[in-house]
Write a protein that binds this ligand. Structure first.
Ligand code: C2O
Ligand code: CU
Ligand code: CU
Length: 559
């Protein structure tokens, strides 16, 4: 086996974008790396005008963050937990269906809602909904989803241009439909995403991926679930229909006027004091005495969760990011890094009517916690079961998962990637997305052959932070973490893995089914934006993510 340090050849090109903030450079000088704004900030830093806490922060944002936080709602005036009723996001209907394909309209819109009782909050939502509507699809039946960017030309307080790019996380999409960060759709433009829905049934999510502003865009509300079913998933006697529900976990800070406060703590992470489940603060859900299946997604920008039940009972994990696990796993504690999905069955039949079960958060390390962040939601047992269908968990769920069948002896290569903060920037093997931009999108950090099996070592050698590492295109099997087996709940197909302080996680994957350039990044979206993201090239050639299907100006033709 060969060891590859992971850095491919670098080509320098005429600069096109600012390396700090990513804005296009107008008429750049040959060696110019930054836009005038970032350049003057860098000069201030050199002169020592700004303290080290302001390192890499645009000047006006230092002032803005301090101001915004001073307007934050005091903890004592937040709603009491379990007083707001639970709800699931609505399911999106296609605008048109042919014998082969479903077409959806999913505009990015400014909208308002009463997220905290009595307060009006402006947010950005797909279809004006927070979080976005759930899309349901069947394996083998493609979806075409039109993203029309109807956001304002500039964010009202953060003062950036809200370009977007939409990633269907969990889908092996073609490069031009994968939400490639720099393939942006600007306000006033649209783009149709073609998602083939070829993989095994699973819980996916769609979210913004716009270069250098993903954290802010997602924080503003641009995320939703996408549920892909298949014959196996449908045939099992596990909970379906109204007993199979999304639990989208997010955190946020609100100002006294109801507006969302964005504070990324010097580009390290956004940590809210309000926990939202499907857009509701600490909701209470009425349940029957039976089993429920929850599609738990950590859609927070930076926060990780450590879920437990106050009853001390185990939860049964039946699915991971890439769908059903080979066998169910009972766990008392379930850790979710950003973007991780777990399908979790909770059995309320052991409880009497009138009892309440609380889903708690034993916060893992590296989060900023508040007195309000140790609970997530509550389940109130209100009635006997009204249906006995889908009320069991077979001992064998998915014995033929192609990912879990991979064996490390099939690997032809091992590559190592180190995730660390260097000179105020988050890097992968010292590299950043700004370098990818300045290479004209040619710099690649790895080049596995099409359908090659490889082991990737994802390392966080210096600690201080956890990095939820996401590799686009593929599913992987977790081999080990610091040489020890993965946790019981990680024993299924994954596409994000929690890499904790001083940990090295080895994952095994087959690189396909497409040739082309795909991203790998930390899914703490603040790290991703600044600038812990690189790309790898599978095979040779492949569709160009930037030019194969660019966004087009409005008006759009009929879908
Ligand atoms: Cu969910 Cu590249 O991200
Ligand atoms: Cu992804
Ligand atoms: Cu990170």
């Amino acid at each position: 086996m060969e060891i590859d340090e992971g850095l491919g050849a670098r080509k320098q090109r005429k600069p096109t974008h600012c390396e700090d903030c990513g804005v296009p450079l107008e008429d750049p000088a040959p060696n110019q790396r930054y836009c005038p704004d970032c350049l003057s900030r860098r000069d201030m830093l050199k002169l020592g005008v700004l303290g080290s806490a302001a390192l890499m922060l645009p000047l006006e944002r230092v002032a803005r963050t301090t101001l915004a936080l001073s307007k934050r709602i005091p903890e004592g005036r937040l709603p009491r937990p379990f007083t707001v009723p639970f709800a699931s996001p609505p399911v999106l209907r296609p605008v048109r269906s042919t014998t082969t394909t479903d077409y959806y309209d999913l505009p990015l819109e400014v909208a308002r809602a009463e997220i905290l009782p009595g307060l009006d909050t402006q947010f950005w939502g797909y279809h004006g909904i927070f979080p976005g509507p759930t899309i349901k699809a069947r394996r083998g039946r493609p979806s075409v989803v039109r993203q029309t960017n109807r956001l304002p030309s500039i964010h009202p307080t953060l003062r950036y241009r809200p370009w977007s790019s939409t990633h269907l996380h969990g889908s092996p999409s073609l490069p031009q439909y994968d939400g490639y960060a720099s393939d942006v759709t600007n306000p006033g433009e649209y783009k149709d995403y073609h998602w083939a829905n070829t993989p095994e049934g699973r819980t996916l999510w769609y979210h913004d991926h716009g270069v250098h502003h993903t954290a802010q865009n997602v924080y503003m509300g641009l995320a939703g679930q996408f549920l892909l079913s298949d014959d196996l998933e449908q045939s099992l006697p596990i909970p379906h229909g109204r007993y199979d529900l999304p639990l989208i976990l997010q955190d946020a800070i609100f100002a006294t006027d109801g507006s969302l406060v964005y504070d990324d703590n010097t580009e390290s992470g956004v940590f809210g004091d309000v926990i939202l489940v499907n857009g509701r603060p600490w909701p209470a859900m009425k349940v029957e005495r039976r089993k429920y299946r929850f599609r738990v997604l950590n859609a927070s920008v930076s926060r990780s969760f450590g879920l437990t039940l106050d009853s001390g009972e185990p939860m049964t994990v039946i699915g991971t990011d890439g769908g059903l696990m080979p066998n169910p796993q009972d766990v008392g504690y379930l850790r979710l890094g950003n973007a991780e999905r777990y399908e979790v069955v909770i059995d309320f039949s052991k409880h009497r009517i009138g009892e309440r079960v609380v889903l708690e958060n034993q916060s893992p390390p590296n989060n900023i916690d508040y007195s309000t962040t140790n609970v997530v939601m509550a389940f109130e047992v209100v009635s006997e079961r009204t249906s006995t269908r889908g009320n069991s968990i077979p001992d064998v769920l998915n014995p033929h998962s192609p990912i879990m069948k991979l064996d490390s002896s099939m690997a032809t290569r091992t590559r190592r990637f180190e995730f660390e903060r260097k000179h105020g920037l988050w890097t992968i093997n010292g590299s950043t997305w700004a370098e990818v931009i300045s290479s004209g999108y040619e710099l690649v950090s790895a080049n596995p052959g099409l359908n090659d099996v490889e082991i990737w070592e994802l390392a966080n050698p210096h600690g201080g932070w956890f990095h939820p590492v996401h590799i686009h295109l593929i599913d992987f099997q977790i081999l080990d973490r610091n040489g020890r087996p993965p946790f019981a709940y990680e024993q299924g197909p994954k596409d994000v893995v929690y890499v904790g302080e001083n940990e090295t996680v080895r994952v095994l994957a087959r690189f396909g089914p497409h040739n082309g350039r795909y991203m790998m990044h930390c899914h703490n979206l603040v790290h991703e934006d600044h600038d812990m993201m690189v790309q790898f090239q599978v095979g040779a050639g492949g569709d160009d993510p930037m030019t194969a299907a660019p966004a087009a100006p409005l008006p759009a033709p009929r879908l």
